[in-house]
Write a protein that binds this ligand. Structure first.
Ligand SMILES: [Zn+2]
Length: 57
């Protein structure tokens, strides 16, 4: 389930969240391997996450 308010976030942030959740299909926990997988698809995921963290949903 995604937060419905996410629809108001910038598209790069939405892409980050969806990819993050899809990576959990391969790695349930937040382990280094999950971040590596996320980095494979979004090398700038930390910037996207930071932007989302500062966006009021
Ligand atoms: Zn997660």
């Amino acid at each position: 389930m995604l937060n419905r308010s996410l629809i108001r976030a910038p598209m790069p942030c939405i892409d980050y969240v969806i990819c993050h959740e899809l990576c959990h299909r391969c790695e349930v926990h937040h382990r280094p391997t999950s971040w590596q997988l996320l980095s494979h698809y979004f090398p700038d995921w930390e910037d996207r996450k930071r932007r989302l963290d500062h966006f009021v949903l």
